[in-house]
Design a protein around this ligand. Structure first.
Ligand code: ADP
Ligand code: ASP
Ligand code: MG
Length: 405
């Protein structure tokens, strides 16, 4: 039998009614003649609530215990979904990440998957059962429970699909697919029928949280087709797959990310090895640097500006101060009130006029651009956080993304 992996997000399993609805869908899919692994997120706001609870008990950092706490969220939903599926006469069994054989490194709260030893899942599938897996979690080789980072259930699902050779990984969420921009911010955003892995990876990495960026990376590496769709209807969603057969468009979509902060090291000596030293130290904290801009000034000193996720600032700032002292840089500034806005499209590389159009649209909307960085398929700007939603809407309009282009 072919194998399918389905992942249901927090809203999709957010209440007993929705769990019943998801169970119906699971049973219907299974009965259509396919083996089925279902990955679930924690119900609705459970993860946020658990994080808040931890904050109320302790203001210190307890990564191991935090992972213990957060994995409880997905345990609740997996058990409830399994009950609802069993009640419909279809055998189902729920597994934690550890029981599913999802082996990770030991970086608590942002663990990476090292391998999937899915023997137990295979056995249960052979027995005809649907296997319900708790997303977002795994176990390290030291047998510690870990989590994969916010939004990580997508990554659990794609990793299982890759490891078990599933035909497809369906990501069920609360919107109908991947849009040209966040449909909650841009009402005229258009659903995309298909995107390439590269485009989706950039959109996800630059803030489109509809897919966890690491899930797209795994899908690209193992060629797992992804179908992002709504759990509330049977509409076709968006297909993420290899790019060959698709028409080229200049811009596929816009991503924005308000959860970032800007750090700038000012007056850094202009000599070889400086950037290496800064980013080795920052990277050593496990921090993913989002954008790097180095401005050359004339007096033998440079300014180095970069963006990191807001939640990573706490671990980065002490390191930056240490590097500043060591390098003899004049000062560093930290600005939490910024956001990233990015346009993504595989045609950007061959469309030299588009950058000008993007900047003109932002200027027309009165949005000041603080830094710019580009790659062959992205243009990313740092803007004020208060401006970012307006900037997304203006850009979407100016680039006419509501129309098929
Ligand atoms: P889930 O709990 O199902 O994983 P998420 O909240 O993580 O759901 O992701 C879905 C949300 O992603 C949508 O509700 C939407 O607001 C947001 N989003 C951001 N950018 C996009 C985009 N380009 N297309 C679709 N959704 C997007
Ligand atoms: N429950 C986790 C979160 O809220 C993982 C996920 O939903 O993908 O981040
Ligand atoms: Mg998500």
């Amino acid at each position: 039998m072919p194998l399918l992996v389905q992942k249901y997000g927090g809203t999709s399993v957010g209440s007993p009614e929705r769990i019943h609805h998801v169970a119906e869908r699971i049973v219907r899919t299974r009965r259509a003649g396919t083996d089925l692994i279902v990955v679930v997120s924690a119900m609705a706001d459970t993860t946020d609530d658990l994080l808040e609870l931890a904050k109320q008990v302790s203001d210190r950092s307890h990564p191991r215990e935090l992972d213990m706490l957060l994995t409880a969220g997905e345990r609740i939903s997996m058990a409830l979904v399994a009950m609802a599926v069993n009640d419909r006469g279809q055998e189902a069994v729920s597994f934690t990440g550890s029981q599913s054989g999802i082996v990770t490194d030991t970086s608590h709260t942002r663990a990476k998957i090292l391998e999937v030893k899915a023997d137990r899942i295979r056995e249960e599938l052979k027995r005809g059962r649907v296997v319900i897996v708790a997303g977002f979690q795994g176990v390290s080789r030291e047998r510690e429970v870990t989590t994969l980072g916010r939004g990580g259930s997508d990554t659990s699902a794609v990793a299982l699909a890759a490891a078990l050779g599933a035909e497809e990984c369906e990501i069920y969420t609360d919107v109908d697919g991947v849009y040209t921009a966040d449909p909650r911010i841009v009402p005229g955003a258009r659903k995309l029928a298909a995107l390439t892995y590269d485009e989706m990876l950039e959109l996800a990495s630059l803030g489109a949280r509809v897919l966890h960026n690491r899930s797209v990376e795994i899908a690209r590496r193992f060629r797992v087709p992804i179908h992002v769709r709504s759990s509330f209807n049977w509409n076709e969603g968006s297909r993420i797959r290899k790019g060959d057969s698709m028409e080229q468009v200049v811009i596929r979509g816009i991503a924005h990310d308000p959860d970032v902060a800007k750090i700038a090291l000012l007056g850094v000596p202009d000599r070889p090895g400086v950037a290496a030293e800064i980013f080795r130290e920052v990277g050593g904290q496990g921090v993913n640097v989002r954008m790097i801009v180095q401005a050359n000034s004339s007096d033998g000193k440079n300014d180095v500006t970069f963006a990191v996720g807001s939640h990573e600032v706490k671990s980065v700032l002490p390191v930056v101060e240490e590097v500043r002292k060591r390098l003899g840089a004049r000062a560093f500034v930290y600005d939490p009130d910024v956001a990233l806005i990015s346009v993504v499209g595989e045609g950007l590389a061959t469309s030299p006029g588009t950058a000008g159009e993007v900047f003109a649209a932002l200027a027309k909307a009165g949005v000041n651009i603080e830094s710019i960085s580009t790659s062959s398929i992205t243009i990313t700007c740092i803007v004020r956080k208060v401006d970012v939603e307006r900037a997304v809407r203006s850009l979407h309009d100016a680039l006419r993304l509501e129309q098929e282009n």
